[in-house]
Ligand binder design. Sequence first.
Ligand code: NAD
Length: 358
Amino acid sequence: MHEITLIPGDGIGPEIAEATREVLEATGVRIEWEVEEAGVTTLEREGTVLPDRVLESVRRTRVALKGPIATPIGTGFRSVNVALRHELDLFAAVRPSRTLPGVPTRYEGVDLVVIRENTEDLYAGIEFEAGTPETAELREHLRALTGERVRDDAGITVKPISVTGARRIVRFAFEYARANERRKVTLGHKANIMWFSDGLFLEIALDEAPSYSDVAFEEMQIDQLSMRLTHDPETFDVLLLPNLYGDILSDLCAGLVGGLGLAAGANLGWEYAVFEPVHGSAPDIAGRGVANPLAMIQSAGMMLSHLHEIDAAAALAGAVDRVLREGRVRTPDLGGTASTREMAAAVSKAVRRRDLRD
Ligand code: NAD
């Protein structure tokens, strides 16, 4: 029996979380869920988007499955998603994108994994609002230190990238490549412009790469990498990216293989793991029962592997492939008319059928 924290989230979160639970049940893996609300619901009820008990629960169970959570704008609250990654030190986001059977896309044979640094960079949350005394003081310091003048009406976001943070994610990416029999790591950066943040990230990668001689390494400026990904994505394997570029290219890679409704992800640290789809709360379709649950279902598949439930993980992946290949049940984002529930039922049935065959 695995004890797992379930954070359904908001928007389409509860709908796809329910669908995912149904599929997990079909795998036969025994899970005791600790359901914890966070996001818009708790903001209205408890005055916070991330109650302490949510973090306490994940610290106890060590593993969470999470739906998307909206970042309410103008409430003074920062993103719950970013806060969770910081609080639990989930420094590595792992986001696979591969061509799936029966999903029409522009490209064939895409099979890549984004490894995104999750805690530093422009997402560190160090910001100075335009027009405040703190920002004026910072501007003065910057002028004294660098001779550069920042405009009086500027807001400022700080981009820290540390040796420690860079080294652990670089090693993680190479270790991941090795463990998953992947042949190449490509680092995306803008080291020619940001010498001391992206440049440092690149320097650490160049320092570590020779220790992994069985994995090829290449580095590329992020703009060039973006172009190449839309041109010949099948030539890439593991993409190692600092936080902001990782966020952007995750969605780009999802688009290469059929869209956000299919993009799964894991946030991993030394102690805790939180599995969640790449997409957000999709307010435009929330409550209509038409969201594609496959991104969250496949995130749950990654969770099963993490829990060493290898047979169940394979059964789930096989069932998703089978439903997509057959093409009878498709949600609107994939050109069909099926509901979230119908998709969950089809995948659950395919999981069970596989059980019978075995
Ligand atoms: P989004 O990912 O929610 O939606 C983008 C588009 O993709 C929308 O048209 C949506 O309908 C579609 N889409 C997304 N998931 C889908 C699914 N499973 N099935 C079918 N269609 C799907 O991005 P957004 O609209 O920019 O963000 C909405 C909210 O989610 C924002 O508050 C944002 O901050 C938040 N967000 C949360 C996370 C997270 O929880 N990890 C990630 C990204 C965005």
